[in-house]
Design a protein around this ligand. Structure first.
Ligand code: ADP
Length: 472
């Protein structure tokens, strides 16, 4: 079984969120059972020297609208299964999809070109693939090109990591990417309110569509969660399946994480406290005996940052510490920048910092995830692996991976335990936080639950089998 796994970001080379984590950890797990090639753009931000990425000797041209686009294929020196594509339009930017001025205006061309290049690379290098696994809108056009231009025999599996991001562009994209107006610009395919929608085309032209949790697979077929594609998904639901994401247990491992102050595992759980003590000292926060809450994530409405902002004036008076790390929409960045330093028990950092995020996971007692919707979510799984409890909204993958501590006495290691609340309102969110504080006061119960979470298996062991079955 040979599989080509295409993604616009892969950890550790380039990461903006969970897609990069999954695009590293799923292929890595599958490699024990199949031959898996990964392919991503060789962005300027990828450190070629650090990861020994070098020119592999193959270049080819893609002509679009009379313009020649040269693609150079790179790979790792010691691993020919990890491929990187270089083209100046695709790669020579300060960000992957946007910079401080907003989305790049030529993203349709950039990721259309990337999609062509994925197929061309597979053919030029004679990779002999049985299946191509594409991810999110950035690679969704591979399905359309495979079926309407290249007539490939390979099966196409398309995973939707977040339906809120669809790749919607002007309809001139059809000509720009030399697609067929007659075939593709139809209401059930690429066309979307007289524009084009890459994700929609991916759903139509793929052989199988997966999303990252069983609950989200159901939710996106409804108006509340479908982001206007619910009808497309209902029509195509015969090929839709929800497979819960796993976590890269080699990357997120408190026993071997080199970013954290003190390594530990479930048996040596008490050592975890050293991480918290050092972090609080560095951040100028007081009281290691108080529960430490953290938030790590993108500052978008999806992640419930409105509730976080609204709650700060209440949390400042509670006997807790709260550390926030995130970045995202300009509007929210600005609000958090202004709030930083305002409250003595709340520390705010606006930015993206992998190393610091690990220290927060290793130090915290509770992680807040007040998401409005959550396709799968990895933060809650990381938190549990690092011996803490997530406080989550009852939605999407959070539903499938966390049970409320008052609803279970089942410590049989299957599902993680945290605090779960149902309604996206400040009342229920604050209620969940006060529940967490009272749980923390019962130290022996809290520690029992934290250790339980460390022993829960959220690795790819089970889910990668599902993907393998699907490829077959
Ligand atoms: P998303 O919707 O952003 O993909 P996930 O929960 O699936 O959310 O994955 C988020 C990943 O990105 C996790 O590995 C998380 O630790 C990481 N992350 C999010 N924001 C930051 C940040 N500001 N700094 C460092 N890591 C972050």
């Amino acid at each position: 079984m040979n599989v080509l796994f295409a993604s616009s970001e892969i950890f550790p080379y380039a990461k903006s969120g969970g897609l990069a984590d999954v695009a590293y950890s799923l292929p890595e797990d599958l490699r024990t059972k199949a031959t898996v090639y990964t392919i991503m753009p060789l962005y300027k931000i990828v450190n070629r020297d650090k990861y020994s990425i070098e020119y592999q000797g193959t270049s080819f041209d893609i002509w679009l609208g009379g313009v020649r686009h040269q693609i150079d294929v790179f790979s790792k020196k010691d691993n020919k299964f990890e491929l990187f594509l270089y083209n100046p339009i695709l790669c020579d930017r300060d960000g992957m999809y946007h910079d401080s001025f907003g989305d790049f205006g030529d993203n349709a061309l950039r990721f259309g070109l990337f999609s062509y290049a994925i197929i061309e690379t597979m053919l030029q290098l004679k990779l002999n693939c049985d299946a191509i696994h594409i991810n999110d809108w950035q690679t969704a056009l591979v399905a359309l090109l495979a079926k309407t231009k290249y007539f490939l025999t390979q099966k196409i599996i398309f995973t939707i990591h977040n339906i809120a991001y669809q790749g919607i562009f002007d309809k001139t994209t059809v000509s720009e990417l030399e697609l067929s107006w007659n075939e593709c610009f139809k209401n059930d395919r690429l066309e979307y309110f007289d524009s084009v929608n890459f994700l929609k085309a991916g759903i139509f032209y793929s052989d199988k569509v997966t999303t990252v949790s069983p609950s989200y697979a159901k939710e996106i077929q409804t108006t509340a969660f479908g982001h206007t594609l619910e009808d497309t998904l209902v029509v195509n639901n015969y090929k839709l399946e929800g497979i819960l994401n796993g976590l890269g247990y080699d990357v997120f491992d408190p026993q071997n994480d080199t970013y954290i102050t003190q390594n530990y595992d479930a048996k040596s759980y008490e050592l975890k406290a050293k991480n918290k003590v050092k972090l609080l000292k560095e951040l100028g926060l007081e009281g290691a005996e108080k529960p430490l809450f953290v938030f790590i994530g993108r500052f978008t409405e999806q992640k419930g940052v409105n509730l976080i902002i609204e709650s700060l004036h209440l949390l400042k008076d509670l006997d807790i510490n709260f550390v926030i790390l995130g970045s995202g929409e300009k509007y929210y960045n600005h609000i958090f920048e202004n709030l930083a330093g305002k409250y003595s028990n709340i520390h705010i950092t606006v930015g993206f910092d992998e190393a610091y995020s690990r220290r927060l996971y290793a130090s915290c007692d509770f992680l807040l995830m007040p998401s409005k919707f959550e396709p799968c979510g990895l933060n809650q799984m990381i938190t549990m692996r690092y011996g803490a409890l997530p406080i989550v909204a009852y939605t999407g993958g959070l539903k499938d991976s966390v049970i409320d501590f008052t609803h279970t006495d089942d410590y049989s290691k299957k599902v993680g335990i945290g605090v779960v609340y149902k309604e996206h309102t400040i009342f229920w969110y604050m209620y969940a936080i006060t529940k967490a504080i009272s749980l923390y006061a019962n130290k022996s119960r809290f520690v029992k639950l934290a250790k339980h979470n460390m022993n829960v298996d959220n690795s790819w062991k089970n889910s990668s089998k599902e993907y393998l079955k699907l490829y077959r």
